[in-house]
Write a protein that binds this ligand. Structure first.
Ligand SMILES: [Zn+2]
Length: 349
């Protein structure tokens, strides 16, 4: 195997270069070496690419982008038993220290010592090889291919959202935002038995996609008032659950009034929105239950099962593909054509 590998390295905003870097290699008995084959382009990668930062998070050294990853195991350390060379796998992109109070309590997503792909200074997976702790690799059963493997990361977000907010059979749900995360939250809600499920967005093609993926009714928030539409559809009651996947002040506020009294709100959207005013009085009087969400915990196995069973369709969400060498163009394209890209995937090798 060569001593170097190709990687898509972000130097500064809009300066992504394909470079030869030292090849990843196993550093411990618990690690495996994965040949990367498919990497999804996530909004957070695009933020780093476009602005050189996400909110207050910046970087001082060039780093490799990418954290939604499917590939094939090439080599395993002595202590690895859950995967073997030749296995197609999804890489869960964050591993914790496993010992802190959060890890011990089962909330490893909150671990202060998390190592997360493409969270600088940690390099991402938009390169040929990644060495990773094998217990954060998940074999992909038929019919999941490596692109489905890359989709397990955003799907894990959708699984965790529905799990935290306890979407149940026959419950009415509104999903605000029909980007990849919203479309996956919608599908997991439907798979959990939710009905009806309303999806709100301002991009017609995304709403059309939501309809194909099981939305009961789609609401174009540019054409009508989404709050009135949902309230009207529920005889004025509001829905049992709102899953907010946009993360701006207007939609976060809207979520608090789209839900019924005693209902639950899951805040998934991350765009560093700060609420100028928080309607504590209404939250109290309406006895709302509001959950924040940071990534996910133990969600890769259910995500894989949902796709294997056919309950969730990730294949139709991949709308564009590029080769690793085309990664710079891919990021420019995704940034400029947000409305037409559901999920872009970089194929490596
Ligand atoms: Zn920890």
């Amino acid at each position: 195997m060569a001593e170097t590998m190709k990687a898509a390295m972000l130097h500064k905003a809009r300066d992504l270069r394909i470079e030869e870097v030292p090849r990843a290699r196993i550093t411990g008995a618990e690690q495996a070496l994965v040949q990367v084959e498919a990497v999804g382009i996530c909004g957070s990668d695009v933020h780093y690419w476009a602005e050189g930062r996400i909110g207050s998070k910046t970087f001082s050294q060039p780093f490799i982008l990418g954290h939604e990853t499917g590939g094939t195991v090439l080599e395993v350390g002595k202590a690895v038993t859950n995967v073997k060379p030749g296995d197609r796998v999804a890489i869960e992109p964050g591993y914790p220290d496993r010992t802190c109070r959060y890890c011990r309590a089962g909330h490893y997503n909150l671990c202060p010592e998390m190592t997360f792909l493409a969270d600088p200074p940690v390099d991402g997976s938009l390169c040929e090889y990644v060495a990773w702790p094998a217990d954060y690799l998940f074999p992909l059963p038929e019919p999941l291919d490596v692109e489905a493997g890359a989709m397990m990361e955003p799907l894990a977000v959708g699984v965790y959202a529905n799990r935290q907010v306890r979407v149940g059979p026959g419950e009415s749900v509104a999903v605000i935002g029909a980007g990849p995360i919203g479309l996956l939250c919608l599908q997991v809600a439907r798979a959990s038995g939710a009905y009806p499920v309303y999806v709100v967005d301002v991009v017609p093609s995304r709403l059309e996609h939501a309809r194909r993926l099981g939305a009961t009714e789609v609401i174009h928030a540019g054409e009508r008032d989404a709050l009135e539409a949902v309230r009207g559809a529920t005889e004025g009651w509001g829905v049992d659950v709102v899953i907010e996947c946009v993360g701006i002040e207007g939609t976060v506020n809207q979520a608090l009034y789209m839900v019924r009294r005693g209902g639950r709100v899951q805040l998934v959207g991350m765009s560093a929105a700060t609420l100028a005013s928080f309607p504590a009085w209404d939250v109290i009087l309406n006895e709302l239950e509001i959950h924040g969400q940071f990534r996910y915990v133990n969600c890769y196995p259910p995500a894989i099962a949902l796709v294997q069973s056919g309950a969730v369709d990730v294949a139709s969400m991949v709308t564009q593909r590029w080769a690793l060498e085309e990664a710079p163009e891919a990021f420019a394209f995704v940034h400029e054509h947000r409305a037409e890209v559901v999920k872009g995937v970089v194929r490596v090798g």
